[in-house]
Design a protein around this ligand. Structure first.
Ligand code: HEC
Ligand code: HEC
Length: 320
């Protein structure tokens, strides 16, 4: 699919109004995306919108951790491109999880999911990790016999919304909660960085970034060998298994997407690098100061903060 076609989709501004316990929120619908990388040119139907909207409330609600201290947004905060700024995230019981939280912008196009889980290929599969992981706990639920459905059924706001979508029979059951969260995550699509616009021939890159781009794709540095730009996925991803790219015996991690990399420090699977320059040095490259500056300028062109203004990407409770 050509990038120009994606540009046509744009961000739809259909407003829909929710009247809940004494407040009204006007939301913009997000760009329209589907798992598998297909971008739809028609808006979600009202049922799909209602489901994604329900997921929006859940994503930011501490009630979805067993001890009510964390939500998805605790580790995936909108202002950091849905990361948390920690080297490795801290679960609801205070224990550190093994890895650094990745950005969720355009996650719907990414696979596999997670730093080191080649078998986790879809959002529904991945979602079970934060909810049910025990070693260490993240949101702290044991399994589907656990009591989040009962908790949500006790909240009139949720009870009504779940019932409106799923009908009166156990509307807050696990399956429905998970579906709502996946529907929301799937809508976190944005492609308004300078680099996106440059690829659409709508803008230019500054001189440093152009030099950085040349270095990125040069034979010597070959960053683009692993960080492959996939237009239909709006992302830098790896197509080859990393085992083919790294020396044998090296620990393999998924090649991370570089979108918004300027605002997702610290870097690497364990957040070992506090900034882009230290990461580039750690990768073993010998770079002059000017080359470093240029590469960083190119990486900065992947920053897309346009979604900051979109309420759909932000905490719905803060506009209550
Ligand atoms: C305690 C912090 C924490 C919480 C809470 C949390 N996550 Fe995550 N999330 C992470 C970390 C860390 C990873 C990387 C996991 C790994 O690779 O080991 C991750 C990975 C992901 C990924 C895969 C992204 C990718 O590019 O591979 C998705 C999707 C995701 N989380 C969604 C969610 C959703 C939805 C929730 C709420 C139900 C949630 N997370 C709650 C920390 C958290
Ligand atoms: C051999 C494959 C490969 C090459 C070549 C490569 N990278 Fe990476 N890159 C990776 C992998 C794998 C990671 C994750 C490493 C980790 O977590 O320990 C990564 C991480 C990164 C990150 C951190 C992203 C984040 O969110 O944590 C940046 C930025 C980055 N690379 C930029 C570059 C640049 C710039 C070059 C060229 C100078 C380059 N990479 C060359 C595979 C590669």
């Amino acid at each position: 699919m050509a990038i120009n076609r994606l540009a046509v989709v744009g961000v739809l501004a259909a407003a829909f109004i929710f009247v809940g316990h004494g407040f009204i929120v006007v939301e913009k619908s997000p760009s329209v995306a589907q798992p598998g990388g297909q971008v739809l040119e028609s808006p979600l139907n009202s049922q799909e919108k209602a489901l994604a909207d329900l997921g929006h409330w859940l994503f930011f609600d501490n009630r979805i951790s067993k001890n009510q201290t964390k939500s998805c947004a605790s580790c995936h905060a909108p202002e950091r491109s849905f990361t948390d700024g920690y080297r490795s995230s801290v679960g609801s019981t205070g224990e550190s999880v093994a890895h650094n939280a990745p950005s969720l912008i355009n996650v719907v196009f990414r696979t596999p999911l997670g730093w080191q889980s080649p078998g986790v290929k879809t959002l529904p599969q991945q979602l079970r990790n934060p909810i049910f992981n025990q070693h260490p706990p993240e949101l702290g639920w044991l399994d589907e016999s656990d009591t989040l459905p009962e908790r949500l059924a006790g909240v009139a706001f949720y009870k009504e919304r779940f019932a409106a979508i799923f009908g009166p029979d156990k509307p807050t059951q696990w399956k429905n909660i998970l579906a709502a969260l996946v529907a929301y995550e799937s809508q976190l699509v944005s492609f308004q960085s300078r680099y996106d616009k440059y690829l659409q021939k709508k803008t230019s890159l500054n001189k440093d970034a152009v030099q950085g781009k040349n270095l990125f794709y040069s034979k010597r540095l070959a960053c683009g060998q692993c960080h492959v730009w996939a237009p239909q996925k709006l992302s830098f991803v790896a197509f080859q298994p990393l085992s083919l790219l790294m020396p044998p015996g090296t620990d393999s991690f998924r090649v991370p997407d570089l979108r918004n990399v300027a605002i997702t420090a610290p870097y690497g699977h364990a957040g070992d690098w506090p900034d882009l320059s230290s990461l580039l040095l750690a990768k073993g490259y010998t770079l002059t100061a000017v080359e470093q500056k240029n590469l960083v300028a190119f990486l900065n062109s992947f920053t897309d903060t346009s979604y900051f203004k979109n309420p759909y990407f932000n905490n719905p409770y803060s506009s209550e």
